[in-house]
Ligand binder design. Structure first.
Ligand code: HEC
Ligand code: HEC
Ligand code: HEC
Ligand code: HEC
Length: 412
């Protein structure tokens, strides 16, 4: 049974997409290999109900997406055309409140369609909203699918085949790359290259080949070439997306913070990774890291630090941790928020009476962005009713405006 599933997946050449489809459809597969990730270490995170907190588990996200009927109007990976736009895209919506603002702004249009389809407007618990926004935040991370033809050309063009072999191609008796094919994640390519980085780089220096750098979708293409060469029936190991908490731990355990800061906290010898890598898809992230391996290695030597090795799912977790850094919103500006609150006519309903003012201030004063967004969303029916009678247009909000209004209500 498992074999049949595996070969169906093998027939599919889309890297990230396949990983996800397979993961969603069949659950994580697993396999045992000494130095590779095993099921044991593929952790699942619990959704946090307290504040915006990226839950990278796409299976849980997909569940909410379906439960709340989003999937009735939106496809994600399927080709099927539905009423709403397809949501798998390369577009980064931004932080939690940025993503939420796209939902907020299309609430009226959504309502029109939902009435037609006789669906109830969904209500969210904080955990559900966090999970749903996490899911939308995660979609662009998966990046584009790899192209095995291009990948093979790269193995040749980047001189990898001078030292390596793949199936019957490349250097005779070269270091074989075939073993990587079972892992259904391009992050494994980076992890292995990274672990062997110092030896490989010194061999390159000796051999007079330049340290190869990559751009665009190169690394995903190379990975597609590796997986494609895997024997039809070989077992697959699905890594899925990493786990953010584990990634934070890896970041400190491996000493990344000795040189790198994250939003100002940490080392000052290297780019601040909160600012410089922020939202970029998985391919871009692994490419950035590899392209700097040469310079990083010199810095490691200067500081007499050991080159960190990665095992199991560590690199996978680290990458999604880097990606998660822009999920949480930065504080807004209360003065601007006061203006927005007036311009969008929030004052007309909410500050009309002292009692009304006290209520919203009391409800939101200590609320974080998640509770604020959940409350706003769940009050849409009440707001809409009031808006229709008062003929107020729907108050569209950008993520920044939401941040500012929240800061304003906090300051009251
Ligand atoms: C009944 C149909 C329908 C349902 C249900 C629905 N949407 Fe939409 N959605 C749309 C339409 C139509 C648009 C196009 C934009 C507009 O008209 O506002 C849209 C736009 C969007 C966008 C903006 C896309 C972009 O790139 O601009 C996002 C994000 C989105 N929907 C997410 C969701 C989520 C999450 C849910 C579930 C809570 C959901 N939608 C439920 C119909 C729907
Ligand atoms: C000058 C020779 C040389 C070149 C060129 C070279 N490598 Fe390597 N590579 C090695 C050696 C040697 C090892 C094994 C190092 C060790 O045993 O620690 C290695 C290891 C690896 C591994 C780890 C394999 C495993 O099973 O864990 C990967 C992946 C890899 N290389 C990818 C590449 C790619 C992709 C390219 C081209 C962009 C490339 N290498 C170019 C010499 C080279
Ligand atoms: C000894 C110091 C040092 C340590 C430790 C270190 N780095 Fe770096 N890193 C650097 C330097 C220096 C650069 C910039 C190289 C350059 O400018 O080309 C860099 C660049 C990067 C970049 C690319 C940034 C960009 O803007 O494109 C990433 C990503 C990165 N490091 C991640 C990591 C991770 C993850 C770790 C932990 C495993 C780590 N670094 C550990 C020194 C370090
Ligand atoms: C047409 C009137 C109207 C407008 C305009 C309006 N709201 Fe509301 N809002 C309501 C009603 C009614 C409720 C539900 C209040 C309740 O249940 O006590 C509500 C609830 C809320 C809540 C939930 C907190 C609570 O105390 O219930 C938040 C937050 C909120 N609105 C923010 C805003 C913001 C921000 C704006 C401006 C963009 C805005 N509202 C504009 C009528 C309005």
């Amino acid at each position: 049974m498992h074999d049949r599933k595996s070969s169906r997946i093998a027939a599919c050449t889309f890297g990230a997409l396949c990983v996800l489809c397979a993961a969603l459809l069949f659950g994580w597969g697993c396999g045992k290999k000494e130095s590779g990730p095993t099921e044991r270490t593929i952790a699942k995170s619990e959704p946090s109900a307290h504040k915006p907190h990226l839950n990278s588990d796409l299976i849980q996200g997909r569940k909410v997406f379906e439960q709340k009927h989003c999937s009735q109007c939106h496809s994600i990976f399927e080709r099927e055309r539905k009423i709403g736009p397809k949501l798998q895209s390369s577009r980064f919506y931004g932080s939690f409140l940025d993503v939420f603002s796209t939902l907020w702004n299309h609430a009226p249009a959504m309502a029109v369609y939902m009435r037609k389809e006789v669906l109830d407007r969904p209500q969210f618990s904080t955990a559900e909203l966090n999970q749903l926004v996490s899911f939308l935040y995660m979609l662009p991370y998966l990046g584009e699918s790899g192209n095995p033809r291009k990948g093979e050309a790269l193995l040749e063009g980047k001189a990898c085949f001078r030292c390596h072999s793949l199936a019957r191609k490349g250097k005779k008796n070269g270091v074989p790359l075939d073993a990587l094919a079972v892992y259904q994640s391009q992050v494994v390519l980076l992890q292995r290259m990274w672990n062997h980085g110092p030896e490989m780089i010194s061999q390159m220096v000796t051999a007079g080949t330049a340290i190869p750098t990559f751009s665009g979708n190169d690394m995903t293409d190379i990975f597609a070439a590796l997986t494609e060469s895997a024997p039809e029936k070989s077992r697959k190991v699905f890594l899925g997306v990493g786990n953010v908490e584990n990634g934070l731990k890896v970041f400190t355990d491996k000493g990344c913070n000795q040189c790198h800061a994250i939003f100002g906290t940490g080392g000052k010898d290297a780019p601040d990774l909160g600012i410089s890598v922020s939202q970029a898809n998985i391919t871009t992230l692994i490419t950035r890291l590899w392209n700097h391996a040469g310079q990083m290695r010199e810095k490691f030597q200067q500081k007499k630090l050991q080159w960190p090795h990665f095992t199991e799912t560590e690199m996978n977790d680290l990458m999604v941790f880097l990606y998660s850094l822009n999920y949480e919103d930065k504080p807004g500006d209360p003065a601007k928020g006061e203006q927005v609150f007036a311009q969008k006519k929030c004052v007309d309903c909410h500050f009309k009476t002292d009692v009304g003012k006290q209520k919203i201030v009391r409800d939101i004063k200590t609320a974080d962005a998640l509770l604020f967004a959940t409350q706003m969303w769940n009050h849409i029916p009440a707001m809409e009713a009031a808006m229709v009678t008062q003929a107020v247009p729907w108050p569209e909000m950008t993520g920044q405006q939401l941040r500012d209004v929240l800061a304003f209500l906090h300051s009251q």
